[in-house]
Ligand binder design. Structure first.
Ligand SMILES: [Zn+2]
Length: 353
């Protein structure tokens, strides 16, 4: 399996994130990627290379998924943060004020001139630090996702976008959950634009792929499916319920499997089997898998009980769909084990493909 590695990922390295009233060390650290890269190399699971995507091609792909004013915000957010106060150069940008939705009558159509307020317009949490290298890292990550889709369009059976920051919580015009650009959505849209009539996105991260769901919610050409911790108790809390089935032309083309904390292998695999049947029933001709390894029993911020030995069979089950497949690296915070678990899944896929 070809792996596209983000050469700029380490330029995004948050110092602290807000968690329940205090600033804590970031869970989403550069070593996450290093462990996966090294384990894939150790097992010789295919070549690894940086993406080769021109700026104009990348900009066009970003604009297919994200809103112009949001991309403009992201490109300038750090400079604007420092311009607000030169001392801000020493601290990550975190929002502290939000225009809550309709019930509060706050407006979303006017972009504030105050850079700190602007963070709140585009962010949905205060756990996602933005820093000097964030835009460059996120852009190069999106290039990995696009290059992975291009490789699959050119005939590769599968490709892996090994990048951070992750992407599946980022929506058309918002960031959060450590995510800025939705790499899985960018890959799915590129597969559509490359000729695949029906693309399925099957999100196996512990957390609901809210950004991906929102991006495709009113479309029938991209089926979005997510297995995740029940949002009644688990982040991102405000989306990911079973009754969210799509809207308009997209009615029936979104499905969620919210599962309780403590879910183990058998129940998780039963949900996966339902999702796999949905992909087959949809008639997908290509698949995108937002690959989070925070379903692992040792994950410090999640609550499922999957074991390292479970992941090869999960990879094999995904391969059994027989579809060209793009994987994007999402969550997984048990830092050393994330490498083994990712490699187990991808190796299981390779052997069965
Ligand atoms: Zn996650």
């Amino acid at each position: 399996m070809l792996t596209l590695i983000n050469p700029h990922h380490a330029e995004h390295a948050g110092r602290q994130e807000m968690f329940r009233g205090r600033l804590v060390d970031c869970h989403e650290v550069p070593d996450r990627l290093h462990y996966v890269r090294d384990e894939l190399q150790r097992r010789a699971i295919g070549p690894q290379r940086p993406p080769e995507v021109g700026d104009a091609v990348l900009d066009a792909a970003l604009a297919r998924v994200h809103e112009p004013r949001y991309l403009h915000f992201l490109a300038n957010a750090w400079d604007d943060w420092v311009a607000l106060d030169p001392a801000n150069a020493q601290r990550d940008a975190l929002p502290s004020v939000w225009p809550l939705p309709q019930a509060h009558a706050f407006r979303h159509d006017r972009v504030p001139l105050n850079a700190a307020a602007r963070l709140g317009l585009f962010a949905f949490d205060s756990g996602t630090p933005l820093m000097a290298g964030t835009w460059r890292a996120a852009r190069a990550g999106a290039a990995c996702a696009l290059a992975a889709a291009q490789a699959v369009l050119a005939g590769e059976r599968s490709a892996f976008a090994l990048t951070r920051p992750p992407g599946h919580h980022a929506g058309p015009g918002f960031y959060g959950g450590y995510c800025f650009l939705n790499n899985a959505a960018i890959a799915a849209q590129a597969l559509r634009d490359g000729g695949h009539a029906r693309v399925a996105v099957l999100d196996v991260d512990y957390h609901h792929g809210n950004g991906t769901q929102t991006i495709f919610y009113e479309r029938a050409d991209v089926l979005t499916l997510s297995l995740h911790g029940d949002p009644h108790t688990e982040y991102p809390f405000f989306l990911g319920h079973a009754d969210e089935t799509g809207a308009g032309a997209g009615e029936g083309f979104n499905r969620n499997w919210p599962l309780p904390r403590g879910t183990g292998t058998a129940a998780w695999r039963a949900a996966l089997d339902e999702a796999l049947q949905a992909v087959a029933g949809f008639g997908a001709t290509a698949l995108v898998v937002p690959l989070g390894l925070d379903t692992y029993e040792g994950d410090p911020i999640s609550g499922f009980e999957l074991r390292s030995g479970d992941y090869p069979a999960i990879g094999a089950a995904l391969a059994a769909l027989g579809l060209p497949t793009v994987f994007t690296f999402e969550g997984g915070y048990a830092v050393a084990e994330v490498g083994v678990n990712a490699a187990n899944l991808l190796e299981g896929f390779e052997r069965a493909a």
